[in-house]
Design a protein around this ligand. Structure first.
Ligand code: ZN
Length: 293
């Protein structure tokens, strides 16, 4: 089953809700970056939250999430857009920790408990929005919950989960975001809180084969979910040889001439997907000609 996301309302519009299965998406990130389990969980959770935040946008809008904790994983950068495309990387993909006291991957130890989460939304011609909050947990979901509450003033519940197989591949990944609208009444809040305290971890639900729709039913209760739309999601980088060419052009004629003299070529690698692009001498001379017009 291909990964997809569901946008929904709950309790007659008193809440808005998102749920997503990201097993394939996180698998692609894991394969490309060869992340070890703790990083797969940290980056996978971050990718899962980011792709749902992307689905809150419209049209060509996009956002960048930067999670900079003081743990050994280092900064994680994730880009997502309104089309369900997401890409991301962790600065140090091969970090290892023993399981924590609950027998789970110790994401907090990898991410760190101090630092910040920054979200920059590029709303095209209209606007640029940026918000930042401190890391409060290092487990990622709580950090997004805190971000929504403080930076966007939207009370939210965020559930994120990644299960890793013994061979480091991804067994299951997914998540949900529940957001209370301003007119949400106390009765609804109590009902949601009660439901949230009794549900299984979202990674378990995905492992059992729950669809995003079924995850929302589990979280909000059957009959309380009104699905608005679905969106396929995938790990999709936006890089291309052309883009790297433009970046090289930005270095200027002298710099490119130096590259030709030193190596006779240039090689560039995308941080997000690790794709490599090579420019041979003729191509570099072509770039110089573009500058000279
Ligand atoms: Zn790329």
């Amino acid at each position: 089953m291909q990964d997809y996301l569901v946008r929904a309302l709950g309790f007659e519009g008193q809440v808005r809700a998102f749920a997503v299965k990201t097993t394939e998406t996180v698998s692609e990130a894991q394969r490309r970056h060869n992340t070890w389990p703790v990083v797969s969980a940290a980056l996978g959770r971050s990718i899962t939250a980011s792709v749902m935040m992307g689905a809150m946008l419209k049209g060509e809008d996009k956002l960048t999430v930067k999670i900079e904790g003081n743990g050994p994983i280092g900064p994680m950068i994730i880009d997502a857009n309104a089309k369900g495309e997401v890409r991301g990387y962790a600065t140090n993909p091969q970090v290892h920790f023993e399981l924590n006291e609950q027998g789970k991957l110790d994401v907090r130890a990898g991410v760190g408990t101090e630092g910040s989460i920054t979200i920059v939304k590029d709303l095209g011609m209209r606007d640029m929005f940026s918000g930042q909050t401190p890391i409060v947990s290092g487990e990622v979901a709580e950090d997004f919950t805190y971000y929504f509450a403080v930076s966007e003033q939207v009370p939210s519940s965020v559930g994120l989960g990644v299960l890793v197989n013994p061979d480091n591949s991804i067994k299951a990944a997914g998540g949900f975001i529940i957001q209370l609208m301003p007119d949400c009444d106390d009765e609804t809040i109590t009902a949601i809180e009660k439901q949230l305290s009794s549900i299984e971890p979202v990674s378990k639900m995905i492992e059992k084969g729950y669809t995003p729709e079924q995850i929302l039913e589990a979280v909000l209760g059957k009959g309380n979910v009104q699905v608005l739309s679905t969106l396929p999601v995938k790990f999709q980088c936006q890089c291309s040889k052309e883009r790297f060419g433009s970046a090289i052009i930005g270095l200027g004629v002298e710099e490119i001439e130096a590259m030709i003299k030193e190596d006779g070529k240039a090689e560039a690698q995308c941080h997000f997907c690790l794709e490599k692009y090579e420019f041979n001498q003729a191509e570099l001379e072509g770039l110089i000609n573009e500058i000279k017009g």
